[in-house]
Each structure stands twice: as C-alpha cells, then as structure tokens.
Write a protein that binds this ligand. Structure first.
Ligand code: 4AZ
Length: 828
C-alpha cells in the first residue's frame, strides 16, 4: 500500500535533461523575483528619500536691518502700533519681498517677513524673515542672503517702490527662539532717552517678585540721531550660569543677531563689577531669556544718551601720562579704532605700561588676536593680561586699539613714561620686561621681575643651590617638596623620607596622596596605577566616614563625589560657596569685592577705639571662629567679656556699618582654647556664639571647616582677608582687603622663624615679602579653594614677625589640628 496511482511516471534521479525541458530552472525564477523586489524597494526608497527627506523643508529664520535713504524719521515710527509705522512697514516689507523674488535661491522659499522696529539714521528698519526651504537648498539660501549685502544696490534699483530708496541690506541666520521672542509682544518695551535725563528700567516685578519662567523680554533703547547710549546694570541677579539657561544679552542694534551681540550675562554680579556698555550708534537692545526653572530677582538698569564724538586717541606729549580705552572702566564701545601717538622729549626713550588689560572674548584663540586688540610696535595684544610694559628705542611710540562689532570688555588703562636710554632705571636694576626693581633684589633667590630676569646669570653662593635654569635658590629649598626652581631641579635626586612616595619627577609626596584622584606630583605619576577610592585602615591622616570606615582619598569632604559608602563625606556641605559671579577686576590694590568673602566677620570692641579690632569666620548661623589672642585682658580692658563685642556680617566697607546688607549681632559667649599660650601663641583659637542666628544671604555664607585629615600641602595658594593694617606701621583699611599667599613647608618655616612653630601653627606667605596679613587681620580667615570651587577654612590669622617682611611669613592657627575641639564646642 504505497498509495500511488498507476501511470505516474517517476523521473530517474540522474535524468537532469528531461527535468530542464519541463520549464525554466527554479533558481532563475528565484533570482528574477529577488531582482524585481530589489529594484522595487530601491525605487520606493528613492521616492521616500526624495519626497520625505530630500524635499523635506526646514524652517530658517534670518534677522536683519536695512537703511532707507531719502526718508525722514518721525517719532511715530518708534511706536509699532501707530498707523505711520504700519504704512512704512508695509512698504519696506514689499521692497524686501521684491528683493527676495529676484533671487531664485531665495524667492521661492520666502514665507513671511515682519518689520520689528525703526530707528533714526536716516531710517533704519529692523526685520526678520522666515523661509521654508528643502534641506538641500539651505546652503544656497544662506549664501544668497549673505550676498544680499553685496548685491543689494543693484537689486533694489529694480524694486517697484519709487518712493523707497533702500541700501545696506544685512541679514544673518537667527535663533528661532529669539525670533519667537520678537513675535511675542507681552514683554516688549520701547524706551527713548530723554535729553539730560537718566532713564531706568527693570525686569518685570523687580525687586519684589522674580522674573517669569520661559520668558523672552526685550527692551529697545533709542537715543536721538547722532547720539550714543550708555547703559548700566546697577543690580544684576539672574540664575547662576551653571544652574540653568537664563541670560541677558545686549545687542548693538535693534535686531537680536549674533554679529551685534555685545555681551551675554548670567548669574549675579557684585555692585563693584562694572556693567556699563556703550552703543556705537543710537540704539541698543536688551534681551532677557529664561528657562522653565529658577526664581531670581532680575536686573535694574539705567541708560542715557551722550553726543557721539571722536572718542579716543590723539597726540600725547610730556614726560609721562595716562590713557585708557574709551569709557574705561566701563566696557569700550564696539566698532572703534583709536590711535595714540606718544612723544616724549627728544633725548629720552618712551615705554608704555599697561596696568589693567581686559580684551577677553570667550572661546577665542588668543595667539593671533583676530577680533579686538591693542597693537604696539607691530605686536598685537588681546585677552586678559597681567601688568606689562612695551618699550620703544626712540622717543616716540604709537598705540592702536581696535574693537570689532561684537563682544566688548572693559579695555585697558596704561601709563607712558619717558626714560633715559642709557639708564632706564636710575639707581635700580632693569628687568627685561622694562620694570625697575631695587638692586638688592638681583640674585637674591627670589623672582622679582615677572620674567625672572633678575635671577638670570647669577653666581650662586655656597649657601645656595644652582637650579638647572641658572637660578640660585637657598639650600633650604632643596628637596622640600616644592618646585622652587621652576624647572623642578631642586626636587630631583632627592631620597624621599619614610612614608612618602617618590614621583617620577623626583618630588616626594605623602603616601596618602597616592591614588587620591589628584595629580599631586604634577606629572601624574602618583595616579598611574591605582584602583578606585578604597577603604583603608584608619590612620592619623585618613578621612574617617561616619560609619567609622576610612577611605584612601585625601580631602574627600564636599568635593561632589561620594567616597564614603554612607555618603557622610558629602553631608553638611552647605558652605564655602560664593554666590556672585567670580570676576576680580578691581583697578589697583587688592580690594575684595562685595560678597567675595561672605564668611568674613568684623569684630568691633567697645573699648576706647570703639571700632574694628579682629576678624572672624562664620561657620554656621550662630557660630564664629576667631583667634584666642583677641580675647585676652589687655591694659585693664576685659576683651574676654562677650558684652564688649559686636559682630558685623556681610560687611564690605567699615564706613558703612548701617548698610542694609549688613547684619549686626551681639556676642553671647566666647570660648577661647584652654591651652592658648599667651607667650607662644600656641592654640590661638576661639569660638564665639552669637546672641541671634544670622540669615544667610548672598553676602553672608558660612565657610567649610576642613576635616582633621584635610591636607593643605606646601606650595598651595590660599587667600587671607581682613580690614587690618595695609603696612607694618600703617592703619587699617576701610574696604575689605584680600591677598593670595602660599603654604610654606613647616620645617623651613620653623628655621625662618627661630623655631617658634608648633604643630598648631602653619606658615603661609610670600617669602619675597610684600604680601601678608597684619595687625587687625587677627582672628580672620585663611581660606583655601578646594574641589568644586568650595572654600575651606585652612587657618586663622595669628601672629608674625612684623608684616610682609622678606623671609618672614605670617603664622596662622592650623584649623585641622583643632577641628575636633571646634566640633566639641560648637557642634559644627
Ligand atoms: C597682628 O598683630 C598681626 N604678619 C597679625 C598677623 C601678622 C602680624 C601681626 C602676620 O594682629
């Protein structure tokens, strides 16, 4: 039972010929079908690409302006709801549309043009245009609109508006968000300067309520023809730049286009930071753009008009003098060129010293100075520079200054001085930079010329070490873990003491700094072969988490990284932050800025002077840290009595104790360290409790206290602040002062200061002298900037051998050594 019918012929397996004759081979059919499918899908793919992608249109927006000649400006053109505005806008729109139509790369894609404003001169019309253009045509559109500037003359004469003469048509691609903002009339303001008057404006609701989220506000500022505008932000507090995307931009135009952007501002600026901007013509546009989050007060600004005049440059004669960029220390205007021809008496030479120099444009390579620059002796200078000198070999020198049309800065102030070509520094040593220094500073082991030329070509004495670069350094500094030579030659060939790690560059670092995620060696060799942060046996220098486990990392507290398994290293980190934008540009001296040191406290004593006597640091709402020696009985005055003291917080200027930002508190309790030694100044620390807590503000913030294991290595830069004497025999400062100094190796310092150092003290200063704390700074903070720009209290100003003397650094109470005592007394 095979089930097969009779008559069915079975082909022999090998009879291939017979099989072929029955029809096309099967593989041919399969191939054909596959090919058809392939071609079909190719076709479909092409059609989809063509219709969906190639032809897909993108929206492109352009901002621009053009000049109408032969027309007269009338006040009604400033009001976008007036009928005069509407009539002129219609004509301009028609003209622009005609220009677009004449260009095959523009006309077919034009969707809409809106005339947003007019200003005087003769009439400038500001507009934006929208295009819907296939992707593959975008480049052609960009090019065509960029070239409209060049070809517009020819195009416009073919326009069909006989009464409208147009020239200088400018268009540039624009951000859709900004154009959206231009469309939104809910937050638009037009203000015209009144002759001889200052006009103020603020963000909506300022200062009582924060500005709105997702807002785009614009203020069009105008002045009369032939005037320019001076705009100053007197208060500025928007969302910090790193927390969101709120910003204010100022444009040197009524069109918000990048080529005319003068500045982009975010965050908060201290009142001392100069926020004055000058227009190149008679208009400015201020724009506030905010994101969905953040509640900040906004700004208050004022503006006025000034006659437009030849602003800068000229011939400068005499033996010396000063000159600056226009409106210094305000921001210089865009699009200007100045030339100063300086000439001193014939038998002299001339040099120019730039004391302050800020021509910064974010994100620019500074080598070629392609935008704003100063040019002297055919060399261009730009960016931000420390004081520098340029010399001429004759009695003449020419200084040129150029600013382009976008992004401005505060510019420079310079002095020119004549000098004797044979003896540029009479009685002094001449640095190669042109600076004159005392002769005794030559070959003394310290760099007094910024280029080190005072230490070149010296014969080292037998107490000195010869660095590879030729400098002579005291033998003291050899193998002390600090690169004193500058080329590290004093730290090579050193055997590291026990418990230290020897870096590839010869430097010795404590074993604990190995594999801590920081380049302590300076050449990365301590971070070469490491596991990640690990739990290690607890020792004196290791950080102990709350769960009693210790971690290998040095200074893990509040660095933004969880290092302890219980995260205790990142607890209680609401400290050590400055809330103002960090920009230090004080002209001359070392004055602090408002809010730069918000933990700085001024302690006033009700003694015969009744004024500032000591500094202190805020560590919580109610506790201060200061120096014990401030609270000892002296000349029968009981400085240990809390009732004698008043604490001023948020203070900047001693003459302004009643400023609204200042909080004044009485002192409830003073706890000086019981081991304080009045003779040696060992344990020079005290904590003070305030009678009422302070409220934290931008100007009042607590500093972070370092863990007992925290390291402030020798060579580290630290800041000291206070209202103390500005000279050894001088009087106190009224404005808070700041100085940058360096941690000095303990052994070294001990020998410099006649073995007076104890483990509770640290030496910090500049051994060349000239920078130091002094009388009246006592008790005040020594603050170190650590990870994440968080500031820690490294020390308390304690004592010194005079002030700012050479080789006599200041002595500070070492806070890490007394950290546990502070915790015990204050709970902080
Ligand atoms: C003082 O008398 C004082 N150079 C404080 C610091 C220094 C010197 C004196 C350090 O308060």
């Amino acid at each position: 039972m095979n089930g097969l019918e009779e008559g069915v012929e079975f082909l022999p397996v090998m009879n291939a010929e017979k099989l072929e004759k029955r029809g096309p081979k099967r593989w041919v059919v399969v191939l054909a079908v596959l090919s058809v499918c392939f071609i079909f899908s190719l076709l479909v793919g092409f059609l989809v690409w063509h219709f969906k992608y190639r032809n897909a249109s993108v929206q492109k927006l352009y901002n621009g302006h053009l000049r109408l000649t032969g027309s007269r400006f009338i006040d009604a053109y400033e009001n976008s709801t007036s009928s005069e505005f509407a009539i002129l806008a219609r004509k301009v729109k028609k003209t622009l549309t005609d220009i677009y139509k004449n260009n095959p790369n523009v006309g077919p894609f034009h969707k809409e043009t809106v005339i947003s404003a007019f200003s005087e001169g003769s009439i400038i019309a500001y507009y934006w245009s929208e295009f819907s253009v296939p992707k593959y045509k975008v480049d052609a559109l960009d090019k065509a609109l960029a070239n409209i500037q060049a070809s517009n003359q020819a195009t416009i004469h073919r326009g069909r508006n006989p009464d409208l003469k147009v020239e200088s048509v400018v268009a540039f691609p624009s951000d859709p968000d900004i154009v959206k903002a231009s469309r939104d009339n809910s937050c638009r303001y037009a203000l015209h300067a009144k002759a001889g008057e200052v006009t103020s404006f603020t963000t909506p609701g300022f200062p009582n309520s924060p500005y709105s989220s997702n807002a785009h506000c614009m203020w069009a500022l105008r002045a009369d023809a032939d005037s320019v505008i001076s705009l100053t932000f007197t208060t500025f507090e928007v969302e910090p730049c790193d927390l969101g995307n709120d910003f204010v931009k100022v444009y040197d135009s009524l069109s918000p286009g990048e080529p005319h952007e003068l500045v982009r501002l975010c965050g908060s600026y201290t009142p001392s930071y100069n926020l004055t901007f000058i227009s190149s013509k008679n208009v400015l546009l201020v724009m506030l753009s905010t994101d969905a989050k953040g509640r900040y007060p906004g700004f208050k600004a004022e503006f006025f008009q000034m006659p437009k005049q030849q602003l800068c440059g000229g011939v400068l004669l005499g033996t010396s003098g000063n000159f600056t960029t226009p409106y210094y220390p305000g921001h210089y205007p865009p699009s200007i060129d100045c030339k100063w021809d300086i000439e001193v008496p014939k038998h002299k030479n001339v040099k120019v010293r730039f004391n302050e120099f800020f021509l910064v444009e974010e994100g620019l390579q500074l080598s070629s100075c392609p935008k704003d620059y100063v040019e002297v002796n055919s060399v261009k200078y730009c960016g931000s520079r420390d004081r520098f000198v340029v010399k001429s070999q004759t009695n003449k020198i020419t200084v040129r200054f150029h600013s382009d049309r976008s992004l401005v800065d505060t510019g420079f102030w310079a002095e020119y001085l004549s000098y004797d070509s044979g003896d540029p520094c009479p009685g002094k040593f001449t640095c190669q930079t042109g600076r004159c220094i005392e002769k005794k500073l030559r070959c003394d082991g310290w760099l007094d010329c910024s280029d080190g030329s005072d230490e070149k070509g010296c014969n080292c004495t037998e107490t000195q070490f010869r660095c590879h670069n030729g400098w002579c350094k005291s033998n003291f500094w050899v193998c002390d873990g600090v690169n004193d030579c500058g080329d590290n030659s004093d730290e090579q060939q050193c055997n590291c003491p026990a418990g230290n790690f020897k870096c590839s560059n010869g430097k010795c670092i404590p074993e604990s700094q190995k594999c801590n995620g920081k380049d302590d060696c300076g050449d990365g060799s301590d971070e070469g072969k490491c596991d990640s942060v690990v739990t290690v046996p607890c020792q004196g220098h290791t950080y102990k988490c709350r769960n009693a486990l210790c971690v290998s990392k040095t200074n893990p507290e509040c660095d933004g990284v969880q290092d302890c398994s219980d995260n205790s290293d990142e607890d209680n980190c609401n400290c050590g932050k400055r809330l103002f934008v960090k920009k230090s540009r004080i002209v001359g001296g070392e004055q602090a800025e408002v809010g730069e040191w918000p933990w700085q406290v001024s302690l006033h004593a009700k003694d015969e002077d009744n004024g500032h006597l000591c500094g202190a640091s805020l560590i919580s709402e109610t506790w201060l840290v200061s120096a014990a020696h401030c609270f000892q009985q002296q000349n029968f005055v009981r400085y240990y009595d809390p009732k004698l003291w008043t604490a001023f917080l948020g203070l900047h200027d001693q003459r302004e104790l009643s400023d609204s930002k200042v909080q004044r508190r009485n002192v409830k309790r003073i706890i000086a360290h019981p081991s304080f030694n009045d003779y040696t100044y060992d344990y020079d620390i005290a904590v003070l409790e305030l009678d009422n807590p302070v409220s934290f503000t931008k100007e009042i913030q607590p500093v972070c206290l370092p863990d007992a294991s925290h390291e402030f290595p020798a060579g580290k830069e630290i800041w000291v602040t206070g209202w103390g004497a500005t000279q050894e025999t001088g009087s106190g400062a009224s404005i808070l002062q700041k100085a940058k100094i360096r941690v000095i190796n303990q052994t070294m310092c001990n020998s410099l200061l006649d073995n007076q150092m104890t483990p509770r003290m640290m030496c910090v200063g500049v051994l060349t002298g000239g920078i130091d704390a002094c009388q009246g700074d006592s008790g005040g903070p020594l603050t170190s900037i650590e990870e994440n720009d968080r500031m820690f209290l490294a020390g308390v100003v304690s004592w010194g051998d005079g002030c700012a003397r050479r080789n006599k650094p200041g002595v500070y109470t070492r806070v890490t050594q007394l950290r546990n005592w502070i915790k015990e007394k204050t709970g902080v």
